[in-house]
Ligand binder design. Structure first.
Ligand code: ACO
Length: 331
């Protein structure tokens, strides 16, 4: 078998809708306060797509920016992976819709569903295809319009989420650079803690599903909180050990942006200093799997990541799922 190639991120891009919904706007919709939302979550505002905008619209914009950043053409892409829990429709896949929108006609395309862990899952999948030489260039787009499955009368959930898309282009990179290790995990026993019970084959859309708002996000916040605190630090340590690194070797941490208290706890457990951690959840809320690639693109554009830096990604989400990746920045 031919030697495996090193795989890295060679382009990034993101796109968020223009409409900003602040905590003060939410106070007009549910019994909440800016103070409660800020102190419990760290979120100040989020972006919300308009009624005519679907997930693929955000995804295509982010994808085009990442392709441009990579200095390639859409025609150069061999594979498209879209990570989403809010596909445009059940089928065809949102990846096929994005393929058509961006004109990447040579690419094969499919969706993955690992909720907020989708970026790590997607990176790992793309790595397998490129490292073996099955293909050369992959586009991974993480995009969600969670606003479309939010119950805007439920204060427990509607304050947490936002819409957005983050994209990366992956390709072969020099030895020693790119993805050094990844870990992924799942525990289906916790599936009930965060789900959308209605609208699938278990409970197809019906008047009852709509009346009971079962086609929206249902969450046990405390269960998710406890799980997240445990796996954020656990998965980070595991992925670092896998490539013989220690937390002190990390130059930059980009965690899933769900709750500042969850990020704080991971940062403390890893003994990292805050100038090595990127946080943008105050502006966007939790954008599911788009959170990490949007943060990555912003951090790069702000000049916070340099060639050779060890960058750690870690996320968790519905499933339950989790994942972490270590990259030596190649660009
Ligand atoms: N405004 C005001 N009060 C509120 C609000 C709100 N928006 N939401 C809940 N409350 C109330 C509750 O009703 C409760 O009142 P009670 O004591 O009278 O019953 C009180 O605040 C405390 O509620 P808790 O659930 O104990 O609050 P907690 O400190 O746990 O914070 C939160 C809740 C922010 C949801 C937290 O549990 C959390 O962040 N969990 C993780 C959620 C998460 O990350 N989800 C995304 C996972 S990733 C993915 O796959 C999408």
């Amino acid at each position: 078998m031919a030697e495996l190639r090193n795989v890295g991120i060679i382009g990034t891009g993101h796109y968020v809708p223009q409409k900003v919904v602040t905590n003060f706007d939410l106070m007009k919709m549910v019994d909440t306060s800016d103070e409660w939302i800020r102190t419990r979550t760290g979120i100040r505002e989020r972006r919300i797509a308009d009624e005519n905008t679907a997930t693929s619209d955000l995804a295509a914009q982010a994808a085009e920016r990442a392709i441009q950043d990579a200095g390639i053409d859409a025609d150069d892409i061999d594979m498209i992976i879209v990570s989403t829990v809010t596909p445009d429709m059940n089928f065809p896949s949102t990846a096929c819709i994005v393929q058509e929108k961006i004109g990447a006609q040579r690419a094969f395309a499919f969706d993955i569903e690992a909720a907020c862990s989708g970026f790590i899952y997607g990176l790992t999948i793309a790595q397998q295809f490129i490292s073996t030489g099955y293909c050369d260039t992959a586009l991974l787009v993480c995009a969600d319009t969670l606003s479309k499955i939010t119950n805007w009368e439920d204060r427990n959930t509607c304050v947490l989420f936002g819409d957005g898309a983050g994209a990366v282009v992956l390709g072969a990179v020099s030895e020693g650079y790119g993805l050094l290790s990844t870990v992924m995990g799942a525990d289906g026993r916790g599936g009930q803690s965060l789900n959308m019970p209605g609208g699938g084959s278990r409970m197809p859309l019906s008047k009852e599903v709509l009346d009971k708002k079962l086609n929206t996000i249902h969450m046990n916040g405390q269960d998710i909180f406890k799980f997240a605190v445990k796996v954020m630090a656990g998965a980070s340590i595991e992925v670092l050990e896998k490539c013989n690194l220690k937390p002190e070797d990390v130059d930059f941490l980009i965690p899933h942006q769900a709750n500042i208290r969850i990020i704080d706890s991971a940062v403390k457990r890893l003994s990292l200093s805050y100038d090595k951690v990127y946080v943008n959840l105050d502006k966007y809320g939790n954008m599911s799997s788009a959170s990490i690639p949007v943060a990555l693109d912003e951090a790069l554009k702000e000049g916070k990541i340099h060639k050779g830096d060890v960058v750690l990604f870690v996320g968790f989400g519905a499933g339950l799922t989790w994942g972490s990746a270590v990259v030596r920045w190649a660009k």
